[in-house]
Design a protein around this ligand. Structure first.
Ligand code: GLU
Length: 531
């Protein structure tokens, strides 16, 4: 069975790159009916950040990346618990296992104790730098006889355990990068156990991946140079080597490595700013992967990604982190959720509702009665008001019925940015100021006299209306067009401009519906006074 793991170090809050790794590990496991493990790699006690583990776990939970094994906080007691049979999943709780394995490596000649002092190592490094050599341990302690090493220990000398890297060509196939090779001679004899007895990342990581039966190690590209060291460890222990996949770097738009300096990188910051989890997942999934096959589709839910994700489609080159794209996904997902919610509401209100897709693929509803339609519109308005209410000043709220209608006409804009709502609906509340020229349109063949004639006729037909709905306004204005023997635009343009005083606005039927009969006729008269 395929098993992946996300193995963050709690040295800070979960950042976007970490989330991308977690997501790809999760998706690869799901796609292959495998399981996904969370393991906390907290062996570096100096870099431990208080609350970081809690933040990692909570953020993964919030975003919906459920893991089959790993540490989690009990719902009622809030205590740290371990889920799964291979735990504990927090490395600081497993130190005995690492000590035992370090000893096995020493016994097998794959590791050695190094007693070199800090001063000696610094001197050695300075010398190497002067000679323009890569800084590497010179293996002074590598062949220290066992008896000498024991004597030093007895004398109270501190030591680290170093890996004895085999001096040979090491080749492996990375699932993203293809064939990769390193020569052992270019690799430092890595410290596996520090002088405080704590293992380093390298030892703990390999020991745990083996014992937790991880089949696929999926992680950021920065770990690629560590891989030959890890493979050497697997071989030294006589264990099967897992598959490796190194994910491309995340870049700022200027192609430098993604950094805090150019904006937020902590997932929590995006959550606080109100980005939805669907948008974050969708956006992060495409940082270094796409489904390929010339597909245009970009909007994917987590469930869809679980079906289509594949490692072959992960890119080698760095992925640019573009915040505008995240904004776009946020808007798309908000819209998707809102549309879905409204479909449910419509069906609840009218069980005999008919639905049809229009040319643009939007679902149009046909309600069995005008009353039910009104009820639905009211529910829709209320939902929109919830989204923007905090950004609306009291005067807008005095006529609730009008407000709800007004909001419906600018729903797309509310979904995009609820803070702008006042600006977007203001024209419904203030008599527009404009020059008579706004009523004209050269291409549509509307000059001042045409505008006058159209407005007079529109007023005549609209005045006759008893029931004032969007539909009745529409019928009446089409009748006006027919009666005058002109093109639609020749009536609709001057009327829409007269009602709004704007070059761009929602459509004329809905505007008239929001304004109501009296206000619509008043605004037409106001326009006629200019002509
Ligand atoms: N603890 C490492 C990190 O913080 C994990 C690297 C790996 O997945 O092997 O990224």
């Amino acid at each position: 069975m395929i098993k992946t793991r996300f193995a963050p170090s709690p040295t800070g809050y979960l950042h976007v790159g970490g989330l991308r790794t977690a997501l790809y590990c999760y998706l690869f496991a799901k796609k292959n009916k495998g399981s996904f493990v969370l393991r906390i790699e907290d062996t570096d006690q100096e870099r431990y950040v208080d609350g970081a583990m809690e933040n990692l776990i909570k953020t993964l939970e919030w975003i919906g990346l459920e893991y089959d094994e790993g540490p989690r906080y009990g719902r009622s007691c809030g205590k740290l618990k371990q889920k799964g049979d291979f735990g504990p999943y927090v490395q600081s709780m497993r130190t005995d296992i690492y000590k035992e394995h370090a000893q096995k490596l020493i016994d097998g000649g794959h590791a050695y104790r190094c007693f070199c002092t800090k001063e000696r190592l610094e001197e050695m490094r300075d010398m190497q730098m002067k000679r323009k050599q890569a800084p590497m341990y010179d293996r002074k302690c590598c062949d220290l006889p066992e008896s000498e090493a024991n004597a030093k220990i007895e004398a109270g000398e501190t030591f680290v355990v170093r890996q004895k890297i085999p001096y040979e060509l090491m080749k492996f196939k990375d699932l993203v990068r293809g064939n990769v090779q390193f020569h052992g001679k270019t690799i430092d004899d890595q410290v596996l156990v520090k002088s405080d007895g704590f293992p380093t990342y390298h030892l703990a990581n390999v020991v745990d991946d083996h014992h937790m039966e991880i089949t696929h190690v999926i992680r950021g590209e920065e770990w690629l140079p560590s891989t030959p060291k890890h493979i050497a460890l697997y071989q030294a222990f006589g264990w099967d080597v897992p598959e490796f996949a190194h994910l491309p770097l995340l870049l700022n738009p200027d192609k430098t490595k993604l950094s805090k300096r150019q904006g937020d990188v902590a997932v929590e910051d995006y959550i606080k700013k109100g980005y939805t989890k669907e948008a974050i997942i969708n956006f992060v999934s495409l940082l270094g992967w796409n489904p390929g096959g010339g597909e245009e589709q970009e909007v994917f839910s987590l469930e869809e990604l679980e079906e289509i994700f594949s490692m072959e489609k992960v890119h080698k080159s760095g992925a640019v982190f573009n915040i505008e794209k995240l904004d776009w996904f946020n808007w798309r997902w908000k819209k998707e959720t809102y549309v879905r919610e409204m479909n449910e509401v419509a069906k609840e209100i009218d069980p005999n509702l008919k639905q049809e897709k229009d040319k643009r693929g939007n679902i149009q509803f046909e309600f069995s009665s005008e009353d039910l339609k009104e009820k639905f519109l009211e529910a829709k308005g209320i939902r929109l008001l919830e989204m923007c209410e905090e950004h609306l000043d009291t005067p807008f709220k005095t006529d609730r019925e009008k407000l709800l209608k007004a909001l419906i006409t600018v729903e797309e804009k509310i979904l995009k940015d609820p803070k702008e709502t006042e600006d977007n609906i203001n024209f419904y509340y203030t008599l527009p100021h404009y020059q008579a020229e706004l009523l004209t349109h050269e291409k549509m063949k509307v000059d001042l006299s045409q505008a006058k004639e159209s407005l007079e006729n529109s007023a005549k037909f609209l005045k006759e209306l008893d029931a004032w709905t969007e539909e009745s306004v529409k019928q009446s204005l089409f009748k006006t067009v027919e009666d005058m023997g002109v093109k639609n635009g020749q009536v609709f343009w001057p009327l829409r401009s007269a009602l709004t005083g704007l070059s761009f606005s929602p459509g004329v039927f809905e505007i008239a519906w929001v304004l109501g009969k009296d206000e619509t006729l008043d605004r037409i008269n106001h326009a006629l006074d200019k002509l």
